[in-house]
Design a protein around this ligand. Structure first.
Ligand SMILES: COc1ccc(/C(C)=C/C(=O)O)cc1
Ligand SMILES: [Zn+2]
Length: 263
């Protein structure tokens, strides 16, 4: 039977490398973003990071057993510039990480501080590769936008479109279509300053194929919206094992460059 990785002491991040060797590599994610060592790079300012997304309805959302994931392959989307060189990246999917309480939940941390959650918009390099799966095998194959969650009193309307479907995908393997129109642009913060570094998938197989772009400014969600995330079950049957945490802790940055752009 395929190994069931997860986030418990017996199958979690501390033991992933036993079955997924890349998880023990030197270019792993997430990392703690130590702001004092982040270096400004004029190239990032000169080649502005730009994005263009389509608004789509009826996107499929599924319970992966490790969280929710929205499948959003958008041939008309473009993420380019900034740290992405001359290549164009296309949106493939987006998902989220959270914790048992709102004191934790993000994967990246900033000067040791965790946020209440983290949204990942996953893109692949369509200039160089023919498929997402092929791109995930190359060091410049994927680009992931990370957006932190802060807890506030105002419900996040775009996240609410996700939350409103979660009762239909309570169990692992279940999926449904999101009736509302989703515009990925609305997930991004108003301030577009970011940190960037070379890293990996944060879940097995932890391929070292990701150019990370982590926005400095968080977006706001409510505690209730996060409570709904935690009601998803990691099991496909009647047994209920709630997905209360699905974040990997920070990995060593090592000698990797951490750059910043104050857009
Ligand atoms: C088996 O192929 C995979 C490809 C991508 C991913 C992602 C996108 C993981 C992550 O978000 O950390 C997982 C598996
Ligand atoms: Zn992720």
């Amino acid at each position: 039977m395929a190994a069931e990785w997860g986030y418990s002491p017996t199958n979690g991040p501390d033991v992933w490398a036993r079955l997924f060797p890349q998880a023990g590599g030197a270019r792993q994610s997430p990392v703690d973003i130590c702001t004092s060592i982040a270096s400004s790079d004029s190239n990032l300012e000169m080649k502005k990071l730009t994005f263009a997304y389509e608004s789509q309805s009826d996107l499929r959302i599924l319970n992966t057993g490790h969280g929710w994931k929205v499948e959003a392959p958008q041939s008309g989307s473009r993420l380019e510039g900034g740290p992405l060189g001359e290549d164009i990246y296309q949106l493939e999917q987006f998902h989220c990480h959270w914790g048992e309480t709102s004191a934790e939940g993000s994967e990246h941390t900033v000067d040791g501080r965790a946020y209440a959650g983290e949204l990942h918009l996953v893109h692949w390099n369509t200039t160089k590769y023919q498929s997402f799966a092929e791109a995930a095998q190359h060091p410049d194959g994927l680009a992931v936008l990370g957006v932190f969650f802060d807890v506030g009193n105002e419900s996040n309307d775009e996240i609410e479109k996700i939350v409103s479907t979660l009762s239909e995908i309570k169990f692992k393997g279940q999926f449904t279509d999101i009736p509302d129109v989703i515009d990925p642009t609305t997930f991004l913060p108003s301030g577009l300053g970011y940190w960037t570094y070379l890293g990996s998938l944060t879940t097995p197989p932890c391929n070292e194929c990701v150019i990370w772009i982590v926005y400095k400014e968080p977006i706001t969600v409510t505690e209730e919206q996060l409570v709904q995330f935690r009601c998803l079950s990691a099991c496909s049957g009647e047994a209920e094992e709630f997905i209360v945490k699905n974040y990997r802790p920070p990995q060593p940055l090592g000698n990797r460059a951490l750059r910043e752009c104050n857009a």
